[in-house]
Design a protein around this ligand. Structure first.
Ligand SMILES: C[S@@+](CC[C@H](N)C(=O)[O-])C[C@H]1O[C@@H](n2cnc3c(N)ncnc32)[C@H](O)[C@@H]1O
Length: 302
């Protein structure tokens, strides 16, 4: 993410969202606005835990205040087409105000702290000095505009599955790698070969940079989708929306070795039946169903 350019005028777009969908709606802001930063107004940290209020106001810092209503309307339609409900999204009532220039990215960075995902796994933003304990696996991260800071429940569910189920010396695929966080974790947990792909070209360089930052330069990241992958893996992660998982479940199965595990995340509790239908359709077996807040995750095998 870039610091604000002092020469440019910025506007603050504030709109009411369902705070549980903060990360998805923030991503949408980066997609449709020339936007330099997004922050949840009521977001606060206490003892390293993020606390959000039930009514969220998202603040996006944008350069072009024209046609906001139309752009929000089409973004909303796009998200509904992707499987979100009106309730998932919140009202999106909005206001736009001209703001004094300030370095929003500094503000954002002040809010994002070290995240202890499990006793063993800790995610540390690049700008924070952190002294790890002996047993800790540290992932250093600057997510740029990519999804995957380690604070989102869906990412954490996959990280927990990797820690618990990834076999030693595994070959791992991360489908929809975003910031590359899961691929990097797999490598740090001892995977011998790690492959990550995403269908969004804007995240590829971020993932490559994060892998270098973590001394894992040998992870392969590329623009790709699961249907085009020929290799097979011992562990596959896919933290993607339920409707995408529904569509690509067969492709995910095809890249699993016979005894492989597949970690499926990104599933709101009320959408889990969609994913269960695809699991059944592909004759996959559920090893564990894991929950965190309103999110469900499955670990399955062939
Ligand atoms: C929720 S993010 C997960 C990022 C990261 N793996 C994590 O767990 O934090 C989902 C990612 O999947 C990507 N994606 C969505 N549909 C995809 C598809 N069909 N194939 C590959 N990537 C996809 C998105 O661009 C996005 O970067």
């Amino acid at each position: 993410m870039n610091a604000l350019n002092n020469q440019e005028q910025y506007y603050e777009l504030r709109f009411v969202i369902n705070p549980e969908m903060e990360e998805e709606i923030s991503n949408m802001c980066f997609e449709i606005f020339d936007c330099d930063g997004v922050i949840l107004e009521e977001e606060a940290f206490k003892d390293l835990e993020m606390i959000s209020t039930t009514k969220g106001t998202l603040k996006a810092f944008i350069k072009d205040p024209e046609n906001i209503a139309e752009r929000l309307k089409s973004a909303r339609e796009m998200m509904i087409a992707r499987g979100f409900s009106e309730e998932d999204l919140g009202s999106w009532e909005f206001t736009v105000t001209k703001i004094e220039n300030e370095d929003w990215s500094k503000k954002w960075k002040e809010k994002w702290d070290v995240t202890h995902v499990t006793d063993k796994i800790t995610v540390v933003p690049t700008w924070i000095e952190y002294q790890p304990k002996d047993h800790e696996v540290i992932i250093k991260l600057d997510p740029g505009c990519a999804f995957g800071t380690g604070t989102h429940q869906t990412t954490q569910l996959c990280m927990k599955a990797l820690e618990k189920y990834m076999p030693e010396k595994a070959e791992v695929a991360d489908i929809g790698m975003g910031s590359g966080i899961l691929a990097i974790l797999a490598k740090k947990l001892g995977a011998t070969k790690v492959y990550g792909c995403d269908n969004d070209e804007t995240v590829i360089q971020t993932a490559i940079d994060n892998a270098k930052l973590n001394d894992c330069p040998d992870i392969t990241f590329e623009l790709n989708t699961a249907d085009k992958i020929k290799d097979k893996f011992d562990f596959v992660c896919a933290n993607i929306l339920h409707n995408v998982l529904f569509e690509i479940m067969g492709d995910l199965k095809n890249i699993m070795k016979d005894n492989a595990y597949l970690s499926l995340s990104g599933i709101l509790d009320e959408k889990k039946s969609v994913v269960l239908e695809a699991i059944e359709r592909e004759n996959l077996k559920i090893v564990e169903e894991i929950h965190q807040d309103q999110w469900t995750s499955f670990v399955v095998t062939k």
